[in-house]
Design a protein. Sequence first.
Length: 400
Amino acid sequence: MLRGVAIIGTLLTNIWIFAIGSGGDPVYLLGKSEEFLSPLSNAISNGKFLGLLSILFGVGIAIQFESAVRNGLRWPWRYEWRSLLLLADGFIHFALVVQFDILMGYALVGMVIAPLLLLRTRWLVVATVLAGALHLALEFNRMMAGRSAGGRGGDDDWAEGFGGGAFGGAWDGEVPTTYFAEVADRMGNFWALREEAFIIAPPLSAFLFLCGVLLWRAGLFRGDARAHAMSRRFAVGGLTIGGTLTAWEYLPLPGKDIIGALSRYTVAPIVAFGYLGLILILLRRRGGSGFLSRRLADVGRTALSCYMLQNVVAIVAFSQWGLDLGPFGPLGTVLSWAAISALLMLGAWWWLRHFRQGPFELVWRWAVNVPFQRADRRRQEKRDEDEKQATADRTSVGAP
């Protein structure tokens, strides 16, 4: 369910880029009653749900590590293969669908993080602190460099370069009008468009991945009293501190430019921890059996498919070569997010009635396991032989 919330929430951030990506300036579409929607959506979603998704990605690494240890598999060889497949998947997604893909960055950081899980927990804590310190140092350095160059620095300057929308054109002032022109534009500006994934985000991703590992080992996702107390601390601390800093950005207070510059990559992760704690509290109180919870859980079970398909649906809906529905004002943008989210929930629910995993997950699982099928078969045969021998030994000991 947490993964489903993160996927749907990430779309709420990206939908604004999709909705204005077909060209034109949506500002003239603003009605007075709608003006609050854009900053409200930004305050709720910008970087927050991506932070939550990153934490949960780290939780996934921890679960796979424990599974490998339990089954006697060497770590991290199989996971590194998974990361290479994710890197290829992300490249295809970037090239053929949309420029702000996160899979490539996740794959590269995951390849570095995975071997660290062999360390004792205290050394993982040290690695987490170092990753966080590196991220903060780079963030403040980037902010100061931007301010000395005449901008606000930090997230805002990067966002201005990214503001050409999901369809390229940010680099030459023109929006490609055909699908193949978009693909060519993304590939022609590959390194510039991958700045966030390869340069800005990796230290933060490493920090959040490791936090996810540590939270899993600490038992945050269990149902005991300690887990409940941890959830409350995260909810209160994350939402109080992160919410205050987020609100600060929109109020006429001193230092709001600095807070705004650090909003996406420094303030947002704090709020993400608050979201994590709050959702866990609500789930434990309500049991996660409500209609919305179950539909979000369906999205979470098909997270890779839903993440990629939501971008496919959005780009077809808003691109000039597709349905060309945009640009929308704030209300239309939020409604389009709600419509695509509902479509994802409905599609995930229908699919899981017939299959155990999402469409991309089925192909993914096959591709991950193919190189290891022979070794897995030999390992299973060895286990069967050992079990037969143990049974025979017990029988012979019990015989008169």
